[in-house]
Design a protein. Structure first.
Length: 87
């Protein structure tokens, strides 16, 4: 009998996907956490390099910060199919 995922299990799976997606986008743009932090400061968002590293590692990030990070990385759109894939 197949068990349904709990809400927590579903969120953890999503967090892993967000983590992989952010790491991939960061690599593609050849950016350091320091550079992302500095770019965020320009739009009045204060995130330390360490804090960003942790958020990229865990995938636990607010939607507003996620969109801000992607904006400063010059991402023009988010491919939800790409985000949902297991990379």
């Amino acid at each position: 009998m197949k068990r349904k995922k709990t809400i927590t299990q579903g969120l953890v799976a999503r967090e892993k996907k967000v983590s992989r997606y952010l790491k991939l986008r960061k690599k593609l743009h050849v950016l350091s956490f320091e550079e992302i932090s500095e770019r965020l400061k320009l739009i009045d968002i204060i995130q330390s390099r360490e804090n960003l590293s942790n958020k990229f590692q865990t995938g636990r990030i607010s939607a507003s910060l996620l969109f801000s990070i992607l904006d400063v990385m010059n991402e023009e759109f988010i491919d939800l199919q790409d985000l949902n894939k297991s990379i």
